[in-house]
Design a protein around this ligand. Structure first.
Ligand code: DPN
Ligand code: ZN
Length: 313
């Protein structure tokens, strides 16, 4: 249903729409608009973060490339995707004398000549559990993929999800993937969406300004929920979208900020604390499940789903 404003509406219609919006707001602070994309349950995203935290805790406190915590994270994500009907592939590579892995998950169906990809890096730095960086993107992406399966979404385009290894060593996994594509397969990817740090504790709402169409899609989502955005500049070229962009593939994504400081103007529009980093625990041992802003995680999980659904239908 499109929320247009008709010239005349009956009182009953107004009440019905108001009731609809109230119900969805209570359910999960859902955007006050009706879209084809589903509302991703943030409680499920948080449950994945709890699992990733447990994995780090059981494996020396991190989920870093070449360590047991990385492989356990990969196994956790893969098992759920396999059970949900995805076709999963593990890509192995070596970096800094340690073995690393990408996990690729294809949703059967859709036009194989038009592939919409969404990805997140699953590795942490060695100094911590990496829950905002980048459990947040990885967990939201997993829940969106599981929602594709739950709703049995059958888009026009083909959907492919990816969890990258060794991003923290310089985007090794994603670069490996892109370099391994034949020219023909590269040309089939109509867009790549990146999700890296989307639940920062003192969040900003940043949209990548790479491909105009993808950027507009993400901005439309935020406009629909009445949240102001800014162009992403802090992380330019510093995450897994970079190899795709270098290969000429349209890219986009969202980001809630790392070590940069939130300005007074940004705190005025987004709340939070001016003069403090977006993520004070960036790349440190306090990047735990306490290092997440639930509102940011919820909004960006829904933004992710919105973009995946809108760009693939
Ligand atoms: N990739 C993040 C890091 O670990 O340094 C920073 C970043 C996040 C950069 C999102 C760009 C976009
Ligand atoms: Zn990161």
């Amino acid at each position: 249903m499109k929320l247009s404003v008709p010239g005349r509406v009956t009182g009953a219609a107004v009440i019905a729409v108001a009731a609809l919006l109230t119900t969805s707001a209570i359910a999960d602070a859902a955007p006050a608009r009706v879209a084809a994309a589903p509302d991703i349950p943030v409680a499920n995203v948080k449950a994945h973060l709890t699992q990733l935290q447990s994995i780090a805790t059981a494996n020396g406190g991190n989920r870093a490339h070449g360590r047991a915590g990385y492989k356990a994270s990969l196994d956790y994500v893969k098992a759920q995707l396999d059970a949900a009907g995805f076709t999963t592939t593990i890509q192995q590579f070596t970096a800094s004398s340690r073995v690393g892995y990408n996990l690729i998950a294809d949703w059967p169906g859709g036009d194989a000549n038009q592939v919409v990809m969404a990805g997140s890096h699953l590795d942490s730095v060695t100094s911590g559990a990496g829950i905002n960086d980048n459990g947040s993107g990885s967990a939201a992406l997993l829940e969106a993929a599981l929602t594709v399966s739950r709703t049995q979404y059958q888009p026009t385009k083909h959907l492919r999800f990816a969890w990258w290894g060794a991003e923290e060593l310089g985007m090794i996994g994603s670069r490996n993937y892109v370099n391994g594509l034949t020219t023909a397969n590269r040309a089939k990817i109509s867009g790549y969406l990146n999700f890296d740090m989307i639940g920062s504790p003192n969040p900003g709402y940043f949209v990548y300004d790479d491909d105009p169409a993808i950027e507009k899609t993400l901005k439309d989502f935020y406009a629909g929920i009445g949240v102001a955005t800014e162009i992403e500049t802090e992380g330019d070229g510093r995450s897994d979208h970079a190899p795709f962009k270098s290969a000429g593939i349209p890219v986009g994504g969202v980001f809630t900020g790392a070590s940069s400081t939130k300005s007074a103007a940004q705190a005025a529009k987004w709340g939070g604390t001016a003069g403090q980093s977006f993520d004070r625990c960036y790349h440190s041992s306090c990047d735990t499940t306490s290092n997440i802003n639930d509102t940011a995680l919820n909004r960006n999980s829904d933004a992710l789903a919105y973009a995946v659904w809108e760009l693939s239908e």
